[in-house]
Design a protein around this ligand. Structure first.
Ligand code: DGP
Length: 140
């Protein structure tokens, strides 16, 4: 399969590895959106979040706090963002990955949440939560 991250895991493409176990590989993101920007990936190829099985999800997400604490210790950031981009056009590399982005005063990363609370009343919140619950029930 022509996947950059599979090639990184196999050592065909070099990377700055920071962590590895039987299921997970973590390495510096080439873009270094902030200093220490790290990607955590499953060794098993999974395109994106939608295809992640529970065992692989557990393996990948379970190393996130360990790595976050290492980044905190190494660089003393003011905080840290955990980001996942799922599917194009958000996702540029088609192998599931979690971005760990330590944050610093005056860094150039732009992640902001919108607050649309003023657009929502009880019926809208109920409709949205019902849609999610109904989709969850259909998944079973
Ligand atoms: P996303 O847009 O969420 O799919 O992020 C993909 C990230 O992968 C992006 O921040 C840059 C990084 N990336 C792409 N190619 C390489 C590579 O060859 N080596 C490393 N270390 N990172 C890469």
């Amino acid at each position: 399969m022509d996947c950059i991250f599979c090639k990184i895991i196999d050592g065909e493409i070099p990377s700055y590895k920071v962590y590895e176990d039987a299921f997970v590989y973590a390495f510096l993101d080439i873009s270094q959106g902030t200093k220490g920007h790290t990607l955590v990936i499953p060794k098993k190829h999974v395109d994106n979040l939608y295809g992640l099985d529970e065992r692989t999800a557990k393996a990948v997400f379970s190393v996130v706090p360990k790595l976050a604490n290492a980044l905190k210790k190494a660089f003393n950031p003011i905080g840290l963002n955990v980001v996942n981009n799922t599917e194009k056009p958000l996702q540029s590399v088609n192998h599931f990955h979690i971005h760990l982005l330590p944050r610093y005063e005056n860094d150039t990363l732009n992640i902001s949440m919108s607050n649309n609370q003023s657009l929502y009343d009880e019926s809208k919140y109920t409709a949205v939560s019902d849609a999610i619950k109904s989709a969850l029930n259909k998944e079973k």
